[in-house]
Structures are given as C-alpha cells and as structure tokens.
Design a protein. Structure first.
Lengths: 277, 315
C-alpha cells in the first residue's frame, strides 16, 4: 500500500510523541536516582545529572530494609509462579482439548473473577487466613498470589495448548504411545516455552503486587518490596526524592528484565487466546 | 496400561463433520475431571468461597478484633450506606476516574496500535517501550509520577517554566488538579494492555479487503470505518469492558500518588472501603460497599453486553 510522504511524516511524528509520553517518566526516575542532593534542590533540574552519584542508593539501603524486602518478594513471587503453573497446566490442557462442563466452568470463572473488587474478597480472605494462622506469613501470601494469578495463567496456557496440534498427539497414539508418554515427549516439549512464559508472567505479577501484601503482612521484616517502597513517603507525603527514586528504580529492574524476555510471547499468548474464544 | 479404545482414533467409522477437537468417548473424560482439581480446589477455597462469604458479611455487624459473636443485622448496612454521603461522593469520583481513564486510554491505545501495525522504522523500539508501563510495579509507577509532578524538582513544572507557561503548581495537592493529575497517570499505566490487545485484533483484519478498498479509492477514514473497525470491534469491546472494571477497582496507584487526598478529592471507592475495613475495622460495612460496587459493575457489564449483542444482530 502506498502512503504519501506527508502522511508518512505525520505517522512518524505521532509515533515519536507516543515514545516521549511513554518513556519520559521512567527516564526522569533514572535521572533523579543518580542525582546528588544539591542538584535535586537546584532551581533548574537537568535531564542528565552533572555529578552522577550512588549516594542515593546507599542512603536507600540504610533507611529501609530493602534487601530483606527484596528477598521476601523474590521468595513469594518464585513460589507463586511455580505453584500457579503446576496447578494451571493440567487444567489448561483439559480446557483446550476437551469440552467438559468443568473445564467450561473454569474458563467462565476466569472471566467472572475479573469483575469482583478486591475489597469483597479481602475481608473474608483475611478471616480465612487468620483461621489457618496464615496471616502475616509469606506462605499465606503465596497462596493468595497463586489464586490471584491463576485466571491469567489459565488463559495464556489454554492458548498455548491449542497452538499444539492435536493431530500430533493422535499420530503418536496411533504409533502406540501411551497417554503419559505422549504428554511428556510430544506435547511437553512443544508446550515448554509457553509454560516458561506463563511462569515468568506470574512471577512479575506477584513481584509487583501491592494490595494483598499491604493487608496481609504486618511485621516489618516480612513485608515485600512494594510495601517497603511506600514507607519512603512520609506521613505528610514528603519524601526524600533521591533515595526514593533509587529504590523504585531497583525494584523495577527484575520486572523489566523478565518482561523483555517474554515480550513476544505475551503478545503471542494474548493473540492465541483471543483468536479461539 | 492405556485401554486400547482410548488410544485408537474414532477414524473411519465416524464420518462426522470435521473438527479434531471434538469431545471424545466417555472413558477419557474421567482423566480430565481429575486434572482440573488442582486448580479448582484453590479457586473454590480462596476465591469463590471468600466471595460468597463476603456477600454474607455485608448482612452482619462483623468487626475486627471483637470478642462478642457477630450478629445478622439484615439490610442495616445497606440502609446506612444509602445515607452515607461520603461514600457516594467517593463512588462518584470512582465513576469519573473509571470513565476518565478508560476513554482516553482506549483512544490513545488505538492510535498507537494502528501506528505499530504499520511498517514504520522505529517499530521494534516502540513495541518494546509501549510495554514498559505494564512491566512496572504499580507502586513504582505512582512514585515515579510523584517525582514528575513534584512542585520543585519535578519534570512537569520545569518544562512549563522552560516554555514560559508560568511557575507551575503542586499538582497532586491542588483541589482542582489532583483528580485530573491522577487520571493522566492511570491512562499512562493502562495503555500497554489495551494496545497489545488492539494490536492482536488488528492482525486479524483481512489485509486483502483493506488493499481492495484502497484500490477503489477509499480514504483512510473510510477504510478504517468499513474494513478495520468491524474486525476490531469484538476485541475493542472486550478490552474496554475489562478496562472499566479494572479501573473502577483500582487501588495501588492512587494510594501511592495521593492516598485519596486532598480533602478526599481522589478517594476512589476501593480506598474508601479499604480504610473502612482495615483502619476502622468495620468488616460488615466494608463488605456492603463491595457488594454495591459489584452491583454497579454488573449493571455496567450488562448494558455493555446488551449493546454488543444488539450490534451482533445487525452485523
């Protein structure tokens, strides 16, 4: 299709505007994280720090238990991702391959569960976990994260299973392979990249989560990174910008790295899910 | 030890309509039953159960840390809620926020998706960048924009000063500017999902039809209306419905940006209910608020789906 030069130029201008809008807040965060206090107080802040410094990072680690919080976040997110995928994969397989009533109900719940505000869920969840003595504990938080990431994990995995042709499995069955054997040596390898992508997505979701962690964890030494980050903002909303930016920047890095790895798969997964349903 | 019947294809003796994913014999469906359980049990115990429990709680006087047993109080919570002007103000703010975020979010994401669907040079970079807000923790998005909005060291006021547009202001504490300022952040944070979904939808539009229309001399707008939009419609409706729900239930962003201030101008219903439940310990009353929010969302969804079905009839 031919596009006139003027239209082309317009398209590039629009795209550039989008890039600026999407990128500038993050660049400003990075810039703030490396600025010494004097520059932060300057009347005319610059984009690139004149004297880049790591002082903000040192101060951030001194002010709040960032390492401890990062470790908590890492443990919770890893556990949630692994459990979510282990639990979701068989269900996704059944949903994709068979039209049983149960599979349909699971798929329906994925949609319905999106509509409920957390507040209706959190009070009873709080009471249930309290009875199980899982309030203020990471295992309790992991349980909640597993259930919370399940809908999207099911959605993505179902799409990936559908992308594996059922004919392959049937051909293996004709060749005399047993059901388990087919799953392990035919479907499994083809599904593996999708499972990894789903696990990574669940990891990021749990790593970023704030609300449940805020409500369910009370002791400071158990809190996750997002909750600790909000502690940098004082009671009157006054914050020491440098350390705040430094800590926020560090907390984002894992998510950005993981997202960079799975970017293509996420768009692909959404596509697969969207086409078939 | 697989039964023979299970391994054999229905094949030659079943010349039915084509479709490899047809349900198989009854013997197979016991396997699926078993496989669904690991996901089903946690969902039932920690999602369905608590939701039903939450609805029941709305009809009790449940409070945090109370020793006497909880009593049924019928619809008292709801009657109180009707009189609670603060809640309805919060509810109104929630609606303004949800619509104010969802509409620009959709329009901007549609523009970006259309651009990314073109063969432009910066496309890989733009695709990668477009996803950044999605990857970031909501708390960090809030912190980041607090720094952008900062009255002294913030990027926004500095840019305004450079452009000679005055000294700027304290955006997040101004009574008039706080809600618009947080809405901008909401739009920014939610654009990636919408863009990705719309892009997926765009890739399903029939290219040949598009080219044929261009050959026939149809302008860009006409091509969009007659070729692109009909194909994109289902995805656009679905993602908009989800965005409305997600935005109405939003919490972390505004909690970090303003914590509901100044003077409650940005106190979304979720923030209100959170405070009611975990600051004042009024579990029953907070659950009633949750029920009202679910009802509002259900009505909005019903209207939305009805519109979608009607459109399906005419198509």
């Amino acid at each position: 299709m031919r596009t006139s030069a003027a239209a082309r130029a317009g398209q590039y201008a629009a795209l550039l505007a989008y890039l600026v809008f999407l990128a500038f807040p993050f660049l400003w965060l990075v810039s703030t994280a490396f600025k010494p206090p004097a520059e932060l107080a300057a009347l005319h802040p610059t984009w690139i720090p004149r004297d880049p410094t790591l002082a903000n990072f040192r101060q951030a680690f001194g002010e709040q238990p960032l390492l401890r919080a990062a470790l908590n976040s890492l443990l919770a997110a890893l556990a949630a991702a692994v459990v979510a995928v282990v639990v979701a994969t068989p269900t996704a397989y059944v949903t994709a391959r068979h039209r049983t009533a149960l599979a349909k109900a699971a798929a329906g719940w994925v949609v319905v569960s999106q509509a409920f505000p957390f507040v209706l869920l959190i009070v009873p969840l709080f009471l249930v976990l309290k009875n199980l003595r899982l309030i203020d504990s990471l295992p309790g938080l992991v349980l909640v994260y597993v259930v919370w990431t399940l809908p999207f994990a099911l959605w993505m995995l179902t799409g990936y299973v559908r992308a594996v042709p059922a004919e392959l499995e049937e051909a293996a069955a004709v060749d005399g392979a047993g059901r388990l054997r087919i799953l392990l040596s035919v479907t499994g390898p083809l599904l593996a990249p999708g499972i990894v992508a789903t696990a990574l997505f669940a990891f990021v979701t749990a790593w970023n989560e704030f609300f449940f962690a805020l409500v369910l964890l009370k002791s400071p030494e158990k809190q996750t990174l997002p909750v600790i980050l909000t502690h940098f903002i004082g009671a009157e909303g006054v914050a020491d910008l440098g350390p705040l930016a430094a800590a926020a920047f560090l907390a984002t890095l894992p998510s950005l790295v993981v997202f960079a790895i799975i970017q293509r798969r996420i768009t692909g997964g959404m596509l697969a899910g969207a086409v078939k349903s | 030890m697989t039964p023979v019947t299970e391994a054999r294809r229905p094949g030659p003796r079943a010349p039915r309509a084509p479709g490899p994913k047809r349900a198989r014999g009854r013997a197979v469906d016991h396997g699926p039953w078993f496989l669904v359980l690991p996901a089903l049990i946690p969902i039932l115990v920690l999602s369905v159960g608590p939701l039903l429990h939450g609805i029941l709680l709305a009809f009790t006087d449940a409070q945090s840390g109370r020793t006497e047993p909880t009593r049924w109080i019928g619809t008292l919570n709801f009657r109180d809620l009707l009189q609670d002007t603060l809640f309805w103000e919060s509810f109104r703010i929630g609606l303004v926020w949800a619509v104010g975020v969802t509409v620009p979010q959709f329009l901007l994401a549609l523009g970006l998706a259309l651009l990314l669907d073109r063969d432009l040079r910066l496309r890989p970079l733009a695709r990668a960048l477009a996803i950044v807000p999605w990857a970031m923790p909501e708390v960090v998005v809030g912190i980041m924009w607090r720094i952008v909005y900062n009255p002294d060291a913030g990027l926004l006021n500095e840019t305004l000063r450079d452009l000679g547009l005055g000294d700027g202001r304290d955006w997040l504490s101004g009574l008039a500017t706080a809600l618009p300022a947080v809405i901008v952040v909401g739009v920014w944070a939610g654009m990636p999902q919408t863009t990705v979904a719309l892009l997926a939808g765009l890739q399903n539009t029939p290219r040949e039809l598009h080219e044929a229309a261009a050959v026939d001399g149809a302008g860009a707008w006409r091509r969009f209306r007659t070729v692109t939009w009909p194909a994109l419609r289902p995805v656009a409706l679905a993602i908009t419905a989800l965005n409305l729900i997600w935005n109405f239930n939003s919490f972390a962003l505004v909690y970090v940006l303003t914590n509901g201030g100044p003077g409650g101008r940005t106190r979304l219903p979720m923030l209100f209910a959170y405070e009611e439940a975990f600051r004042y310990g009024q579990f029953g009353y907070a659950a009633a608020m949750g029920c009202v929010m679910v009802a509002a969302i259900s009505v909005a969804l019903a209207v939305f789906l009805a519109g979608r079905l009607r459109a399906g009839d005419t198509a």
